[in-house]
Design a protein around this ligand. Structure first.
Ligand code: NAI
Length: 779
């Protein structure tokens, strides 16, 4: 092209990035890779290939791990863990800092290799992925330094098994490795089979900076290797990012194994544009929301919701902008849209769009590269909210769009999905933005922005987008456990005795559902006896239908979650006062059921616990993170929703007061299953609740067999979290059944808890979700 022609067309010329250093590194390694185990690379095999999706070029030969290799890796990580933890946070900080520096020094090599292996534009890997990776290691070097001071009662979990996807290969590695290492864990990480190379380059960096051997281990291969790691008994925590489908498989596979688990899964995140938005900025934001990384982003703003009055103008602007997007070689610095990860993903996206029989499809008429896995940016308008493409993750550069009339309708449409990862809200009215953000079912909300990330701000979802946060303090805590020994919890059998009324009085309690006493659906009751077999009363045996009714009542009490902490504190104080007024009666009841004379102490502790919960109700605040933007990220604590809990058997009143108090204080509604052997403390509490202004449905109390009720409560689609402190062996069934809607679980795995200990933080954390609301400011 002559200069004259260039001036005439004003086309961009090619600006290719030099990939020679990346190729040289591959050649240096023999272009054949084994695993990175115990500080060294194993001999490579040609089991599968690393391929450049932009042109089909083979980049390297890779090794599929077998069971022995996985065993050896996990053993190496185990051997290294004690020393790594004992080294202390300050020493670990130095290693993390060295990794951060190394990533910075070799930034371009990492970026180019990422683009070669993944197909993402070099602009993105160079300016977004790799800088965020460095930031993550720097940030967590600081966390390692602060651990002893700031988390004195926490200990590392042990060996972490980490399985990551292909869309942000090195960034997902950083999100998982940095906090794990900072807190004294060692890791076994499996990159996605499509994108292994930057993980191996990172392994090389670990070796070069002198990270102690066995602290970071990388095994390569496909989902079968992931499966082996996840199920391995030598793993203490599983951290997974990927599809909701595999997340569910992992939830079931790890049920009852006592492993910590975090799942960062799919999404169908809404991008809401109000008519008072800065439309040009909102259009530009969409480029980052859905065409960033070819739309292969879990939190992609893939569902455009635009206010009716501006819909036409907005779509026109959007189409004009789409026509400007440049598609082509990812190594070209002028390119906006690169290659999709592979032919399978390309086919998957093509299949979903071609199968769409409704709406109007608009595609960019751009020049597409002749080879490689490319798909043009696409907009589909006019789909019904229930349409498959409005509901399912496409995971490609395809935006679906619909309109709304009012803010209320926008929220309704936004939340009309099984996911809850992220959302963007565009309006120049800050008051509206901050009104809408808390109403959105999402772990992250960006106001007038999109896809903003930082190590200081936790990232993660609600609903079927998974659970757990990565980044920030909350992400960090998930790589620790309470310090100290665990005690085994033996099953407590109910006392037995002669059936039939002992003193001629009918003392059959009912269930407590929706603020009213309700007969059990099944019509069955059982006797409650003292240790010598004397009958103390009867309690109903709740069944599946009673659970259903209780959950419905709890759902119906959603207003409680919108109340102020101040109000919730007052009601909790009131419960405590009313309980105290009947202290003798409650104490006598506990003594009668359990034998001994501990009742008085337990009642006093319960009153005090309720006071503590009341105290926390308006003080368990969020944070304002100083993220590196002109603005803030507000980490807001929100209630989880409906919490189902199996209360502790051994501590019938104090345990109940703790669980109920924490759940209520944080704005949750609860379905509580009373202590199985000593249920009368719960049934006596109905009247206390009735006289304490607790709105109907906020607390629902059931009595019955824990083992019988566990699968129903854990499998219920309208329950958001299930906790168990039961002495029955129900942890496994709860974790397995929770996979239905990926509810949060907190189970004891047969370990005892000291109910007298007063630290409420674990309960308050479990009773809340952190939502990060990013608020940029300035003109
Ligand atoms: P995937 O969820 O199958 O793969 C993610 C990682 O899990 C990979 O490392 C894979 O090897 C591993 N894996 C697969 N099966 C496993 C198992 N049973 N146990 C343990 N590990 C296992 O995702 P895939 O197949 O690559 O993509 C399929 C769809 O998933 C995409 O079309 C997209 O919709 C979604 N996806 C979502 C991601 C997200 O960040 N939310 C990331 C990648 C994919």
């Amino acid at each position: 092209m002559s200069v004259k022609e260039i001036f005439e067309s004003m086309d961009y010329g090619p600006a290719p990035e030099d990939a020679s250093e990346a190729f040289a590194w591959l050649v240096d390694q023999g272009s054949s890779f084994g695993h990175f185990i115990d500080g060294a690379f194993t001999e490579g095999r040609d089991d599968f290939k690393a391929m450049n999706p932009a042109n089909g070029e083979i980049l390297a030969e890779l090794t599929q791990a077998n069971a022995e290799e996985v065993d050896a890796t996990i053993e190496a990580a185990r051997r290294a863990q004690t020393r790594w933890a004992r080294m202390g946070g300050a020493a670990r900080a130095r290693h993390l800092y060295a990794l951060a520096r190394g990533l910075q020094k070799h930034a371009r090599l990492f970026a180019v290799l990422e683009t070669l292996d993944n197909g993402k534009p070099i602009r993105e890997s160079r300016d977004i992925d790799i800088p965020l990776v460095q930031r993550h290691f720097y940030y967590h070097a600081g966390m390692a330094q602060l651990m002893a001071e700031e988390l004195p009662d926490r200990a590392p979990l042990g060996v972490c098994g980490q399985v990551i996807p292909w869309n942000f290969p090195l960034l997902m590695l950083a999100w998982k490795v940095a906090p794990a290492l900072a807190m004294g864990n060692t890791v076994v990480l499996k990159p996605a089979e499509q994108t292994t190379l930057t993980a191996l380059l990172f392994a090389d960096l670990c070796r070069r900076v002198g990270l102690p051997k066995g602290v970071v281990n990388i095994v390569t291969g496909d989902g079968a290797v992931g499966e082996m790691i996840v199920a391995h008994e030598g793993i203490d925590k599983v951290a997974f990012t990927g599809s909701t489908e595999v997340g569910r498989i992992i939830r079931r596979a790890t049920a009852g194994q006592g492993k910590a688990l975090s799942l960062e899964l799919g999404g169908k995140s809404p991008y809401i544009v109000f008519e008072d938005a800065d439309l040009d900025s909102a259009v530009e934001g969409l480029v980052d929301a859905i065409w960033f990384n070819q739309g292969q982003v879990c939190c992609a703003g893939s569902r455009l919701l635009v206010q009716e009055g501006i819909a036409e103008a907005f779509h026109t602007k959007l189409k004009a902008r789409m026509a400007q997007l440049r598609i082509g070689s990812p190594l070209d610095k002028c390119i906006d849209v690169g290659a999709m990860i592979d032919a399978a993903q390309l086919e998957h996206v093509r299949g979903m769009v071609d199968g769409c029989d409704a709406g109007e499809v608009f595609r960019v008429n751009a020049q597409m590269p002749a080879e490689g896995s490319f798909y043009p940016p696409t907009l589909i308008t006019g789909l019904a909210p229930s349409h498959e493409l409005m509901q399912e993750e496409i995971f490609g550069p395809v935006l679906v769009s619909t309109t709304f009339r009012t803010p209320g309708e926008a929220v309704q449409l936004a939340n009309n999905t099984r996911y809850g990862l992220a959302a963007s809200v565009w309006t120049e009215n800050i008051s509206r933005a901050l009104d809408v953000a808390p109403k959105l079912a999402a772990g992250v909300v960006w106001i007038n922005g999109t896809n903003m990330f930082d190590a200081a701000a936790g990232f993660g979802g609600v609903r079927e987008s998974g659970f757990g946060r990565e980044g920030g303090w909350e992400g960090l805590r998930a790589y620790t456990k309470p310090d100290g020994r665990v005690r085994k919890l033996e099953r407590i059998e109910p006392n037995t005795g002669e059936e039939g009324p002992e003193d001629g009085l009918d003392r059959t309690a009912k269930l407590y559902i929706g603020g009213k006493q309700a007969r059990p659906d099944g019509g069955y009751t059982r006797g409650v006896f003292n240790p010598r077999g004397k009958r103390l009363g009867e309690v109903p045996i709740a069944n599946r239908k009673d659970i259903r009714n209780a959950v419905e009542a709890a759902r119906g009490a959603a207003g409680w979650s919108g109340t102020t902490g101040h109000l919730r504190a007052q009601i909790l104080y009131y419960i405590a006062e009313n309980l105290e007024a009947r202290a003798d009666e409650f104490a006598a009841r506990i003594d009668a059921m359990k034998g001994g004379r501990q009742g008085k102490k337990e009642v006093a502790a319960s009153v005090s616990r309720l006071f503590t919960c009341a105290a926390w109700a308006d003080k368990f605040d969020g944070q304002a993170h100083g993220v590196p933007i002109r603005g803030v990220a507000l980490a807001m604590k929100e209630p989880v929703g409906v919490i189902g809990a199996f209360c502790p058997d051994e501590s019938p009143l104090l345990g109940l007061a703790t669980v109920m108090g924490a759940a209520m204080a944080m704005g949750n509604r609860a379905v509580l299953i009373a202590s199985e052997p000593y249920p009368l403390s719960a049934t006596d509490l109905y009247q206390v609740l009735d006289t304490s202004d607790v709105p109907g449905g906020v607390v629902n109390l059931l009595t019955g067999a824990h083992e019988e009720l566990a699968p129903h409560l854990a499998g219920h689609m309208d329950v958001d979290a299930v906790w168990s402190f039961s002495s029955s062996d129900i942890s496994k069934v709860i974790e397995a059944e929770s996979a239905t809607n990926l509810k949060r679980t907190w189970v004891n795995n047969g370990h005892a808890r000291d109910w007298d200990a007063s630290n409420m933080r674990d309960f308050l954390e479990a009773a809340t979700e952190v939502k990060n609301i990013w608020v940029p400011y300035g003109d």
